[in-house]
Design a protein. Structure first.
Length: 306
């Protein structure tokens, strides 16, 4: 039996050797009856990350390395790693030591007991207050359409081989890892944990990337935006109808329905803003349709060291 690890790498120099050593030691001490492989995917790093993982590859043939031609994003790196992973179970783990390796034996036990997906979900994280607030808001919105989503989200997860095959069979341009995984419907077990503070290097996951991933999650895994703007359109239409009735009644009573320009301007600005919002949301969907039609791959591989 083999367990594969997929590690997306982007400017993680210094942390990769420690990540490898923790996994290697774990299998020697607590999981000696399992084989392992570690698939590092370098997502266009400009530091010494690639040199470090190639050095690990020379020391241990269980290490595989995939390199991209440029930075395509964490999701692309994960997809490439998942397609190369050959284990009976596949574990996605961060490269920056924020996911505690010590939980892995418990994850494997849950898998051995019959769970097809074992999710380690974040109950807290050692991030700044704005990052925590944004995360809470984002996952709160996502849970409206994905109620099975853990409140703190997840990335640290074990997937059975049949789960991995089903996940890899999804062929779309924009991917939302958590949503696609939960959509498959396989039996799932949750393990809570506190995400550790990054001690080596600086996170490259800035607000722009967080916002982009949030939009991908909302637009690609949920009908919520379309449903919300439809509901908003109904509400505005009802208010417009009521206002029209008020105008007619005022006219019948001899009043002047257009006593000033302020109500007209307010109505124009509000309705105009809502229309622009609706067009923006529709535009996001149209752009994603355009991306799907073009059929460009999610990433381009430069080299493989397998």
């Amino acid at each position: 039996m083999k367990i594969s690890f997929v590690v997306a790498v982007y400017h993680n120099e210094g942390a990769l050797t420690k990540t490898y050593e923790k996994i290697h030691t774990l299998f020697k001490s607590e999981l000696p009856h399992y084989e392992y492989e570690i698939v590092f995917v370098d997502d266009g790093s400009k530091d010494g990350s690639l040199t470090e993982i190639l050095s690990l590859r020379e020391q241990d043939t269980h290490v595989k390395v995939i390199t991209f031609t440029r930075n395509f994003g964490q999701m692309a790196a994960m997809l490439a790693g998942f397609k190369e992973a050959t284990g009976d179970a596949v574990i996605n783990i961060s490269a920056d030591l924020q996911d505690p390796v010590e939980i892995i034996p418990e994850m494997v036990k849950k898998w051995e007991a019959g769970s097809e997906i074992v999710i380690c979900h974040r109950t807290d994280r050692s991030d700044s207050l704005p990052a925590k607030l944004f995360s809470r808001f984002a996952y709160g919105v996502l849970r409206l359409s994905l109620p099975q989503m853990p409140s703190g989200g997840f990335d640290f997860v074990l997937m059975d081989r049949k789960v991995m095959d089903a996940f890899n069979a999804i062929d779309v341009r924009h991917r939302f890892f958590q949503g696609d995984l939960l959509w498959t419907g396989f039996s799932t077990t949750l393990i809570p944990y506190v995400r550790l503070k990054r001690t080596i290097g600086k996170s490259q996951y800035n607000f722009s990337k967080k916002l982009n991933n949030f939009l991908d999650a909302i637009l690609d895994s949920s009908f919520l935006p379309i449903r919300l703007i439809s509901l908003l359109g109904v509400i505005i239409s009802m208010l417009g109808l009521l206002y029209s009735i008020d105008i007619v009644l005022a006219w019948l009573g001899g009043g002047t329905p257009f006593s000033g320009w302020a109500p007209i301007m307010i109505a124009i600005l509000i309705v105009g803003g809502i229309i622009m919002l609706m067009l923006g949301v529709i535009g996001e969907y149209v752009w994603r349709i355009n991306e799907e039609v073009r059929k460009r791959p999610n990433y381009v591989i430069r080299d493989k060291y397998l």
